[in-house]
Design a protein. Structure first.
Length: 202
């Protein structure tokens, strides 16, 4: 059964046992294939100064092609931990931590709007993207940033280096979101997210 699914004595038990919602669910470290993929990462971290603060980009692999990985909301570059190793075997990989996420710092008072976050990402790319054969891979919020970037007029010299874009469940950049709610959610610290998940709020 996938993910250590636990079936009760009657054969129709809850998917993860009768206690905690996650009882019986294996850790990724207990799955040898996943653990091996995670261990295959061999990345170095570089910090780039941006208007948002010091932004971290994790670099691995070599080659004349570059794959840029942009994670989603309430996440960080570790979301790509199982694909960075295989991708870096045939390309240079840049995995970006968005402002305030992962190893990236966020300047106090930074206006956390999609446009401001996108400018920080493009500053990182201006500093670290060296090829004209790049692919933008964005999940969720990272996909939205990609759509917004290529629909805009800023940083055309940087965006002109991309051959393709891969979007995984992207948010809609043209949909109007409550800015107050966006600011609240994206302004959460890693500690607040962990507490919220533990309490079942997030």
């Amino acid at each position: 059964m996938p993910c250590g699914c636990d079936v009760g004595p009657s054969g129709a038990g809850a998917p993860w046992g009768t206690g905690s919602a996650y009882e019986g669910l294996k850790s990724e470290n207990d799955m040898r294939d996943l653990a091996a993929l995670k261990a295959a990462r061999n990345r170095r971290t570089v910090w780039v100064p941006t208007d948002a603060g010091r932004s971290a980009v994790h670099e691995s692999g070599t080659g004349d092609r570059t794959i840029v990985l942009v994670h989603g909301a309430l996440s960080d570059s570790d979301a790509w931990r199982f694909v960075e190793g295989p991708l870096s075997a045939g390309a240079r990989v840049l995995s970006i931590d968005l402002p305030g996420c992962g190893a990236s710092k966020r300047r106090v008072g930074f206006d956390y709007t999609p446009q401001a976050v996108l400018r920080a990402v493009l500053r990182v790319l201006a500093a670290r993207l060296r090829t004209r054969r790049a692919t933008w891979v964005g999940h969720c919020y990272g996909g939205m940033l990609g759509l917004a970037a290529f629909a805009g007029t800023e940083f055309r010299d940087i965006l002109g280096r991309f051959e393709r874009m891969v979007l995984l469940a992207p948010q809609d950049p043209w949909r109007r979101h409550s800015n107050a709610l966006f600011q609240l959610v994206m302004g959460l610290t890693s500690f607040e997210i962990a507490v919220g998940e533990r309490m079942g709020i997030l």
